[in-house]
Write a protein that binds this ligand. Sequence first.
Ligand SMILES: Nc1ncnc2c1ncn2[C@@H]1O[C@H](COP(=O)(O)OP(=O)(O)OP(=O)(O)O)[C@@H](O)[C@H]1O
Ligand SMILES: [Mg+2]
Length: 432
Amino acid sequence: MITDQEVLSVKQRFGIIGNSPLLNHAIRVAMQASPTDMTVLITGESGSGKESFSKIIHSLSTRKHGKFIAINCGAIPEGTIDSELFGHEKGSFTGAHEARKGYFDVTDGGSIFLDEIGEMPLGTQARLLRVLENGEFIKVGSSKVQKTDVRVIAATNVKLFQAVEKGKFREDLYYRLNTVPIFVPPLRERGDDVNLLFRKFTTDFSEKYSVKPISLDYEAKELLKKFPFKGNIRQLKNLAEQISLLEENREVDAITLAKYLPSEESNLPAPYNSKNGKDGESSSDFSEREILYKVLFDMKKDMTELKKLVLDTYQSGGINQNILKKHHSLFEDMDTSVSFDEDSPKESPSSMPIVLESGKLASSHSEDYDDEGIEDIIHEEDDNSLSIEKKEKELIIKALRKHNNKRKYAAQDLGISERTLYRKIKQYDINE
Ligand SMILES: Nc1ncnc2c1ncn2[C@@H]1O[C@H](COP(=O)(O)OP(=O)(O)OP(=O)(O)O)[C@@H](O)[C@H]1O
Ligand SMILES: [Mg+2]
C-alpha cells in the first residue's frame, strides 16, 4: 500500500506539481510498477509530463544503478533506427566503417525509454517484440543472436490502438507493451493543478528575469481552469513565461489573460480575436456571455454607487471629502490625481493611501467644501497636486531606501499595497 506521504515525496523528488486525483493515481501506478520488471506503456497528450514518469519508474526500480536511456523514436530516421537500437556490424551498410553497439546492448541491466513509440517503423517493431519476448536481438548485418536484459518503458501521445487498426502498429507488440498502462491526464482534467503550476512557473520566471511575479485574480484563475490547453503543461509554461516577460500589470485579470491565450483553441472572447464564437456558444467553455455579464454587473454596481453618492450629496447639502471617500469604489479604475487608492477599500484604516494622509484631500477642513460643487474640489486639488505628488514621491523614495529597495517592506511601511507602490514607482519614474 502506497501512502500519500510516499506519493508526495516522489512528486518532490521529480519536481511534479499537482494534487489532482488523476495525477496522483498515475503516480501510484508508476510506483507500484517500478519494482517489477514489467513493460510499461505511458500514454498522454503532448506536453502532459510523460517523461518524468519514465524517470520515476527507472529510479524506483531495482535497476536504478543500471543505465537509463531515453530515445525518441520519432526523431530517428527510419534508415538508422535499427542500427541505433540494436547496433550494427562493420560494413553492414554504406558508412558503417566500424561495428557499433546499440542501445539495447549498452543498457543491459538498465532501462530504455522509447518515447513516441507509435512512430517506430514496422520492421523495428518486430525486433523490439523479440527482445521483449525472450531478451534476444540481432545486430544489423549480423546473424549472431545476442541476449540482453533491458526493461522497456514506452510512451505515446497518439492513440496507439488506432495505429493498430490502421495496420501501422503491430497488435501483438501493442499488447506486449501495454502490460502496465499508465495514463497521464491532460492538464484540463487536473482541476486547480493548472493554477498551482502557473504559480510555480511564474515564480520561477520572476526569479530568472528579476521581475515581480505575476498573480491572477479569481476570474483569471477560473479562466485558466477552463482553457483546453492542447499543449498541456508545456503550453502553460510558455504562457507563464510570456506573461511574466510582457505584462506590465502584474495582477492579471481574465480579460488580460485572454489576450495571451490562443483564440483558435477556444471560443474565448479575446479582445483581439475576431474569429471567436464561430462554433456557437454551446461548445464554448468560457462564453462571451460570462464576460458580458461581468461588465454589466460592474456597470450596475457603479450606477447604484452613483445614485447613493447623489443622495448623500443632496442630504449633506453638497459634496465633501467624506462622501468621496465613502464612494471610493467609483474611482477605483480611474487613473486620476484624486488619489483614491485602488486598494484602499481592502485595507485597514491605518493603511489609507498616502496622498490622503499627506495631502489636502485628507485634511480635516474637508467640511469647508460643504457648499462647493465637485468641480471646485477638483480645481482645488489640481492646485495642490504638484506639492502632494512631490511629497508622495519623497515618501516613497525614503521608504525604499529605508528598506534597501525591498518593495514589499516599503509598501508595508507606507501603508499601501505592493501593487500600488509598483504603480506609483512607475508613475513618478523612481529609479532606486
Ligand atoms: N506535473 C508537472 N509539474 C511540473 N512540471 C511539469 C509537470 N508535468 C510536466 N511538466 C513539465 O512540462 C514540460 C513537458 O513535459 P514532458 O516533456 O514530460 O511532456 P511529454 O508528455 O513527454 O510531451 P511529448 O509527448 O510532447 O514528448 C516539461 O518541461 C516538464 O518538466
Ligand atoms: Mg516527451
